[in-house]
Design a binder for this molecule. Structure first.
Ligand code: CTP
Length: 400
């Protein structure tokens, strides 16, 4: 089946031994119906001849920035505009460092800087180079900018050692590309409200009660939903994260304020993903002045906050409602109870005491529990990968 018909894919090949495998990637993409163009760095041409890619893709292969005076300064823009998707394979440590820092010193890096199309990078290098903090930092920066980074495979490396750093097999890379086009913009026309972070409940003008939620999970969900074409409203509590681009971002403090902003949007949205850690209680009498130190003991009286998600559940019309359950014990039992009580479509449950699943980290270990009782357990994964799993569950419900 040709499922990449009409898609323009730009492959950037950098100078790693795995460059030879990319010939097969280009060939497979071509067979799937894509129009493929290749840009190579000069180092890449030491491993594979441009002529090979030219024969496979039936397109000219680009290497030099200043090769042809007549086309000077034009190639990188036209190549950038050509691409529906950019694949960099293999992506060397040097290339990743340049891309993370916006360096444009050859045709490929200049093209990447000019290309607005979605990008997939497939790093491949020696294990130590991959694990070097500089490379890890660069990968993190690129990922945060929305670039999909394919996990390097483990195995025997060209340098003789065995470890992580191999380019994924061509078949796997092509599967990712097919998946990308299948899911691309699948949420267009949908409006999704995401809440993130902990609420902040004032005690007096300088103090508050808060919690350890960083907001990372909700931000990843908002970004992924946006990438899939949804119109996204992100309502965030006490977070230290930069607002993602191209979505409506609303900053709130208390649970009551979050409730107000959520309810104001509720009627117009197709789904709500409530990942915020809403405080269950607030201070009854907020002191208008800074509380002075006096007695040995200070008692604060707390009153219950509204349960926003429960209220959404009771007002629900056609909206899909997704909740989170952060537990320290009896995970599935408590999560199921919340699913029922809050009238949710599914709930994402995580035991915050498990390593890698707590607050503030970039990973999570979670289970999705559906209304029909089905449970999906996920292993330790990045919050951005978990965001994709949550959204693919939501997409399924939209499709039903
Ligand atoms: N939630 C909410 N409003 C609240 C408390 C929680 O909307 N006042 C939402 C959370 O955003 C989450 C879900 O309800 O999606 C479950 O939150 P959680 O804190 O795990 O559970 P609670 O209902 O607060 O119950 P408990 O604290 O007793 O576990």
């Amino acid at each position: 089946m040709k499922n990449l018909e009409g898609k323009n894919i730009l492959i950037g090949v950098t100078g790693g031994i795995a460059a030879y495998k990319v010939v097969e990637v280009a060939s497979r993409l071509k067979k799937l119906g894509a129009n493929v163009k290749v840009v190579m760095t000069r180092a890449a041409t030491e491993f594979v001849s441009p002529r090979t890619f030219q024969e496979i893709t039936k397109n000219a292969v680009y290497v030099e920035m200043f090769g042809d005076a007549a086309n000077f300064n034009v190639a990188h823009i036209s190549l950038a505009n050509f691409a529906d998707l950019v694949l960099i394979a293999p992506a060397t440590a040097n290339f990743l460092a340049k891309a993370a820092n916006g360096i444009a010193d050859d045709l490929l890096t200049t093209t990447i800087l000019a290309a607005t199309a979605p990008k997939i990078f497939a790093p491949s290098m020696n294990t130590n180079m991959l694990e070097n903090p500089a490379t890890q930092e660069n990968l993190k920066i690129l990922q945060e900018r929305g670039i999909k980074i394919l996990d390097a495979a483990e195995g025997e490396l060209a340098c003789g050692i065995s470890g992580k750093g191999r380019l994924p097999e061509p078949e796997k890379i092509c599967e990712e590309i097919v998946k990308f086009f299948e899911t691309e913009k699948i949420l267009s026309g949908k409006k999704i409200l995401v809440t993130a972070g902990g609420t902040l409940e004032p005690i007096d003008p300088v103090r508050y009660i808060g919690n350890r939620s960083s907001g990372k999970m909700g931000f990843e969900i908002a970004k992924s939903a946006k990438n899939l074409g949804a119109e996204v409203i992100l309502i965030a509590g006490n977070v230290q994260l930069a607002p993602p681009k191209n979505l409506k971002f609303v900053k709130v403090e208390s649970a009551e304020e979050m409730r107000e902003k959520v309810l104001a949007e509720y009627d117009s949205v197709d789904a709500v993903i409530m990942s915020a850690a809403v405080a269950d209680y607030r201070v009854k009498n907020i002191s208008p002045q800074k509380i002075k130190k006096s007695e040995e003991n200070l008692t604060l009286e707390l009153v219950k906050n509204p349960d926003i998600l429960k209220e959404l559940g009771s007002l629900k019309k056609n909206q899909i409602l997704i909740g989170f359950a952060a537990e320290t014990e009896n995970l599935l039992e408590y999560a199921r109870k919340k699913l029922d009580e809050k009238n949710l479509d599914f709930i994402v449950a995580n035991n915050v005491t498990v390593e890698g699943a707590g607050f503030g980290v970039d990973t999570n270990v979670a289970s999705i529990i559906k209304r029909n009782g089905e449970v999906k357990n996920f292993p330790l994964m990045s919050k951005s990968d978990l965001a994709e799993k949550i959204l693919s569950e939501l997409i399924k419900i939209f499709g039903e």
